[in-house]
Ligand binder design. Sequence first.
Ligand SMILES: [Zn+2]
Length: 127
Amino acid sequence: MTDRTIAIDTRDHGPVTVVCPPWCTGLHPAGLLREEIHHQGEPVDITVDTSRGPRRLIELTMWQTPWPVPSDRHSDDVHMVVQLLDGDAFGYDVQGLGALATDLMDAAAKVRRLSRRLACEHRGGEW
Ligand SMILES: [Zn+2]
């Protein structure tokens, strides 16, 4: 993958030029506000198997906003947007994503303990 340069007509700043990073798969349509322009990567789903097939737990998407609004805590840094089951999405920096991975490992440990507890119940409740 290589960088690509794109000219975008914005509603507030006229034509602007952005250089897409190699990971950007965004379309960059015309007619946005300049602050709405963002680069985004291919979404990565974290799924679980269910009796009705795989289901998504979370979706992670690499993201970068070349002209962020001042309140954007990620500024113009590349970060990961994580969309949860309820549809809400949150931005994570490197440390935050590491903490999310730890949370998911903790959650997996809870599921493992519940699996052992369920197995115990199947043996007649001997814990
Ligand atoms: Zn882009």
